[in-house]
Write a protein that binds this ligand. Sequence first.
Ligand SMILES: C[S@@+](CC[C@H](N)C(=O)[O-])C[C@H]1O[C@@H](n2cnc3c(N)ncnc32)[C@H](O)[C@@H]1O
Length: 237
Amino acid sequence: MRSQLRPLTRSLRDRLVSHDLSQLSRSVRKEGLTYLSPAKLLRIEKALQSVSDVDGDFAEFGVALGGSAIIIASQREARSFHGLDVFGMIPEPASDKDDAKSKSRYEAIKSGASCGIDGQQYYGYREDLLADVKHNFSRHGLTVGEDGIFLYKGLFEHSWPAVKVDKLAFAHVDCDWYEPVAYCLQVIAAKLSPGGVIVIDDFHDYGGCRIAVEEFLAQNPVYMFEDGANPVLRLKV
Ligand SMILES: C[S@@+](CC[C@H](N)C(=O)[O-])C[C@H]1O[C@@H](n2cnc3c(N)ncnc32)[C@H](O)[C@@H]1O
């Protein structure tokens, strides 16, 4: 009888990919500071390496507990890192372009029924999430407000216009729904250097995110689309 190759289970795949991750990414996952899988973190690490010669700061839209932000900020060297979030309850998926999965996820969060990573309290229910995130950064040797590391509390459309940034080399868009993803892509594109990259977290998870990215790509053919767990949009040189 022919042997059948069974697809790898998620936990086995995660363990295999974890071997290729940096020690910092492994720690961040172990501490329950990120929702990102090892495969997604590895793609972020590689995307960051690929922009080492590209001019501009790093940014993340959607910080939550700070996991991916800590990884990105730790690679900034002489650049600045800008992390933006409401640091509270996630805003509603308000567009008709958001799918039923997004809306039911939001309803579960709003009802108070959402569980956090590894049985922790869901981050959006915390009393002072921003203070917790600053503490998470400092445990990894990063001081928010110093050495070019900045966090901004509020809706993206309120906080981004006041962020002092000339150029971006890298941006991580991890904000789930159609409207924030569409907004972030527009403002990032206005600052991204040639060769710069945008990593999109939720393209394969939430329909509104996918539509926002597809609309953006249709209007901006100067971007290459590199598919994967979290697709990369790379601005052609
Ligand atoms: C999935 S979480 C980010 C996960 C994080 N990057 C990690 O490593 O686990 C998405 C975050 O985006 C934030 N967010 C979504 N829409 C937003 C908006 N319009 N303005 C500010 N923050 C927003 C939410 O509050 C939430 O903290």
